[in-house]
Design a protein. Structure first.
Length: 44
């Protein structure tokens, strides 16, 4: 489910705030591991 949420954020279909609270930590960690911020855009 975490990767589904990550994909939705990266593709602009959901924002991080729309992700269920119980998944946010894992989603944030996966986005960071991919070099992305919680907005799905590359970290500067």
């Amino acid at each position: 489910m975490v990767m589904v949420c990550v994909s939705l954020i990266v593709n602009g279909r959901r924002t991080f705030d729309q992700i269920p609270v119980n998944l946010q930590d894992d989603v944030k960690a996966d986005l960071k591991a991919m070099g992305l911020g919680t907005d799905g855009k590359p970290l500067a």
